[in-house]
Design a protein around this ligand. Structure first.
Ligand code: CMP
Length: 141
């Protein structure tokens, strides 16, 4: 199935701190996904809490938000065939201990929290998450 899709990626503070943006972008681009929008930002606590509001009842919510504002992040819109599933495949499992060899999280993640990247988990959430950070004019192909 050839479905052109978009997904939202975040390169997290553990990765930006270690200067890994370029290495992660190389893995994204060599998978065939295109980075159609990208911005390096410092999230506020309110923004982090809003972005991760689906997890607000989880025990790790507070620590997750602390971590996401502990340094800069790179927010990106990715485009390609089956982009949501493809990006989840190249990110690897949420917990790097379970991630397959060659995935971003196996290569770079430090822990389940400091796991280097976020990717949308469905097309519906991808649309919401891309709109959280980008306007239509930012998505330039
Ligand atoms: P992400 O894909 O950004 O979505 C939610 C994040 O919560 C997840 O990646 C993890 O980095 C983080 N997290 C921290 N602790 C846990 C946990 N116990 N289970 C799942 N996710 C966790």
């Amino acid at each position: 199935m050839n479905d052109m899709e978009r997904t939202l990626s975040i390169i997290k503070p553990d990765a930006t701190r270690r200067n890994l943006t370029g290495k992660i972008n190389a893995l994204i681009e060599s998978s065939g996904l295109r980075i159609i929008a990208q911005r390096r930002i410092q999230l506020t606590r309110t923004q982090a809490e809003q972005f991760y509001s689906v997890h607000k009842e989880r025990a790790f919510f507070g620590e997750l938000c602390d971590f996401m504002i502990s340094g800069t992040v790179v927010v990106q819109a990715l485009e390609g065939d089956n982009a949501v599933a493809k990006y989840r495949e190249i990110m690897g499992a949420t917990n790097p201990a379970n991630a397959d060899a060659g995935t971003i999280r196996k290569e770079f993640a430090e822990s389940i929290e400091a796991n280097s990247v976020h990717g949308s988990d469905s097309q519906e959430n991808a649309a919401t998450e891309i709109a959280f950070f980008f306007s239509g004019l930012d998505l330039v192909g």
